[in-house]
Design a protein around this ligand. Structure first.
Ligand code: SAM
Length: 327
């Protein structure tokens, strides 16, 4: 069987030459840094003092490294929109120096200059799906139990389930497996920001994390055929309004990705439009306690907008305000 990775990443002779040029440039600079910069080289756990940031930035400006890697990624991937956001973002998602970028990657992928093609594939996937996103199976067992119960006790000819901010889709596939096990017919769509995440979710391939790749749930063929992934902004997903019986929003609302009151409001408005009559949403998360005020604020906004809430803040079930019945 053809490995989908070999179709996604275009390792043409020209692109191999571009990788060789990238490697030559950065190997030379990394070697010079190690010989003469008088600063410790990257290792997991390196404490980044302001002085170290400065030293790395003086010798190895991270914006330049990101620019070169972005150019390489844009050649390899189907389009510029596929380049991981952390590379495209002018601030690099809060990256201050090259070791900051490396700290966000699985340790085996950090600190190398001489990338081989497979390592380059893995590095780009890791930038789209850094370990701190934490997407995995078994993240929300309580929610999955309740979803299974709903699928079992409320028979429908077809359940339409949406997983907003699904990342690499482990949770989405878990719902597909649960539906298959209960015998419920379900069309399940995962939406996430990064095209590479949606691709990894579709193909269940994580070249940067083989252990987590093995943990993808595998529903039987027919059920798997009803799972789809879309790369889009969860606040304005290109999906049919009024069609979704169940919307899961895990690890998103009130967390690092979405905590400004205006965005939380937009999310609630979007959910109200997407839900089918009688539908419900569930926002679960495992954010650390520092995010508790944002979770409180999200629940308060929802209440003010007329949503019926139940459950704890970290697994909040929401039924839409009646006036927001979709068109
Ligand atoms: C913390 S991860 C959670 C993933 C998964 N739902 C889970 O709980 O395991 C948050 C995910 O939301 C995605 N994301 C962030 N902002 C988004 C947005 N505006 N629209 C869609 N997805 C978004 C990120 O790319 C990331 O994959």
């Amino acid at each position: 069987m053809i490995d989908p990775l070999s179709i996604l990443f275009r390792w043409t002779p020209e692109n191999r030459a571009a990788l060789a040029a990238f490697n030559a440039r950065w190997e030379e600079r990394f070697t010079r840094f190690r010989r003469t910069a008088g600063a410790p080289w990257w290792a997991p756990g390196l404490i980044l003092t302001p002085e170290l940031h400065q030293r790395y930035e003086a010798w190895l400006p991270q914006a330049e490294y990101r620019r070169d890697l972005t150019a390489l990624a844009a050649r390899l991937l189907p389009g510029r929109a596929w380049v991981p956001w952390r590379l495209r973002d002018p601030d690099g998602g809060g990256v201050l120096s090259l070791p900051d970028l490396w700290q966000r990657l699985p340790a085996p992928l950090a600190g190398h200059a001489g990338l081989e093609t497979a390592v380059c594939n893995a590095l780009l996937c890791a930038l789209a799906d850094p370990p701190r996103f934490g997407t995995d199976t078994g993240r929300y067992p309580e929610q999955l139990r309740r979803v299974t119960e709903l699928l079992t006790t409320r028979p429908k000819p077809l359940w339409r389930v949406l997983d907003l901010g699904c990342g690499t889709g482990h949770g989405t596939w878990e719902v597909a497996l649960a539906a298959a096990e209960t015998g419920a017919k379900a069309h399940i769509v995962g939406v996430t920001r990064e095209p590479l995440e949606a691709w990894m979710a579709t193909h269940q391939r994580l070249p940067h994390d083989p252990a987590r790749e093995r943990r993808y749930p595998s529903p039987p063929g027919a059920a798997a055929g009803h799972v789809q992934f879309v790369a889009a902004d969860g606040l304005t997903p290109p999906l049919r309004p009024g069609a979704w019986d169940l919307i899961l929003v895990n690890g998103l609302a009130g967390g690092p990705h979405l905590n400004a009151p205006e965005s939380m409001h937009r999310l609630l408005r979007g959910l109200a439009q997407l839900l089918a009559p009688g539908g419900a949403a569930c926002c679960a998360c495992r954010f650390h306690d520092g995010y508790a005020p944002h979770l409180d604020a999200f629940a308060a906004l929802a209440r003010t907008d007329g949503w019926q809430l139940s459950g704890p803040l970290r697994q909040l079930w929401l039924e839409p305000p009646t006036h927001a019945t979709p068109h």
